[in-house]
Design a protein around this ligand. Structure first.
Ligand code: TTP
Length: 436
């Protein structure tokens, strides 16, 4: 459920930094001969050439898309270089990508508070650095990189550099310009020190920064001044706001006919609260106006650890024995990551969650979701296997009961197929010091 936080009482400058075609860049750094050539990274199974999980920008120009299997991608782009994700214990080993992400975080954290949001996304609060810059003459400080920034709603008659240096700029816009100069510089530092390009959105809150970072890619940045927010949100499909992508978004569309964020403006806060509860109602009312009080958390370490695997097409798991075999494989990787986190960062995780994708073979209609289940995490591979097996069996039972309407229960329970399994350890906290 989204949390309606109080709007920030001070002006903030926040960036959302997103690495471009991240796994491809990591592989191109490892194999420099691939630079500038169409490249995609595939998940390693051999079914139809594996799944493309990252597609470089040269390959995108040739029509390669992330949804494609390797064979289909090769068909549209015969020169495509396909690189497989490294494999350890028969599973994708993402540690090189995670470590590469940490290198980037280390550079970014020089200019402000950093929150690692995913393997290749970071929120950066540059408010303090922007304030320090704000007393200086910006005309001498706008770098070439900063002056290529895209500014949402920039009046046609104004150039980007002119916008940065307007003497009559509001305090908000002036700080945004200062923040953009800082973000442009640090993106260049990331490139110089890690060889990775990244794109960024710079705005006055996390929601707007995140919305704008992908507007111009690769290796570019986009600013959202407050004056541009209303028109930006007016036509923005609600699915573009992370928390409105799922059930809540469907309810808004079905119950209120809301398709864009701007459509929400016609409803009062009281009406939204009546329909969706006080917290979500206020959050929706704020979101419609581009108001978001979420703070950038000081967190450069991951919020959770996951270990997962997909079993596409004929590789789907159809017996409890094979599921348990893979739960053991996943538990081993998860336990390794938990041990690493404990020894390097003195942190322990407290919640275990299992996610699975499951369907009934030969069913044309969409199956209800195989629900994710959680329980307190107990350390040790055997305990993780025991607990995740228990959770899996509970979910499978519910899933099969839903499916069996009008069918023989035995027919259903014998025809399920699991195409994805993952284990997540979350609720990570610092381990309390033991008093001696
Ligand atoms: P994204 O940031 O979604 O995409 P990207 O960095 O490849 O490309 P873009 O420039 O458009 O941002 O994902 C980051 C990495 O996460 C991506 O390089 C590969 C991995 N990934 C998966 O493994 N599976 C997925 O389904 C997605 C979406 C990403």
């Amino acid at each position: 459920m989204p949390l309606a936080r109080r709007p920030a009482s001070r002006i903030r400058v926040i960036a959302h930094v997103d690495l471009d075609c991240f796994y491809v860049q990591v592989e191109q750094r490892r194999q420099p001969q691939l630079r500038g050539k169409p490249t995609a990274v595939i998940q390693y199974n051999s079914w139809k050439g594996g799944a493309c999980i990252a597609v470089g920008y040269e390959a995108r120009k040739c029509g390669v898309k992330r949804s494609m299997r390797g064979d289909a991608a090769k068909a549209v782009c015969p020169d495509l270089n396909l690189v497989q994700v490294p494999v350890l214990h028969e599973k994708a080993d993402l540690s090189i990508y995670r470590d590469a992400g940490s290198e980037v975080v280390a550079v970014l954290s020089r200019v402000g508070k950093c929150e690692r949001a995913s393997i290749d996304e970071v929120y950066l609060d540059v408010t303090e650095a922007a304030k320090r810059l704000s007393s200086k003459d910006l005309s001498t400080l706008v770098s070439e990189e900063a002056s290529t920034s895209h500014i949402v709603g920039l009046p046609q008659e104004l150039g980007t550099k002119e916008w940065f240096c307007r003497p009559d700029a509001s305090r908000e816009d002036h700080l945004l310009a200062c923040g953009a100069i800082i973000v442009a510089d640090i993106r260049l530092a990331v490139l110089a020190e890690t060889e990775f390009t990244c794109s960024a959105g710079v705005a006055h809150n996390k929601m707007l920064a995140k919305l704008s970072s992908g507007m111009h890619k690769p290796a570019q940045q986009t600013l959202v001044p407050s004056s541009a927010v209303e028109s930006l949100l007016a036509t923005l499909p609600i699915s573009k706001i992370g928390k409105l992508g799922g059930k809540l978004g469907q309810e808004l569309e079905g119950e209120l006919g809301v398709k864009t964020v701007g459509d929400l403006l016609q409803f009062s806060e009281v009406k939204l609260q009546d329909m969706y509860g006080p917290n979500t109602g206020t959050w929706l009312w704020n979101t419609a106006r581009g108001i978001n009080g979420d703070e950038v958390q000081d967190r450069t370490l991951p919020k959770s650890h996951s270990s997962g695997k997909t079993f596409p097409g004929p590789r789907a798991l159809k017996t409890l024995e094979t599921v348990v075999y893979w739960l053991k494989e996943l538990a081993e990787t998860l336990q390794l990551r938990l041990d690493e986190d404990l020894s390097q960062n003195n942190r322990t995780a407290h919640l275990l969650t299992i996610h699975a994708s499951c369907h009934i073979e030969g069913r044309a209609t969409e199956a209800p979701k195989f629900s994710s289940k959680s329980r307190p995490l107990r350390y040790g591979v055997d305990k993780i296997v025991e607990d995740s097996r228990y959770l899996f069996e509970r979910s499978l039972h519910e899933f099969c009961s839903h499916q069996s309407a009008g069918k023989e229960q035995s027919e259903i329970t014998s025809s399920w197929a699991v195409t994805g399994l993952s284990l997540t350890a979350s609720n990570i906290m610092a381990k309390p010091m033991v008093k001696t």
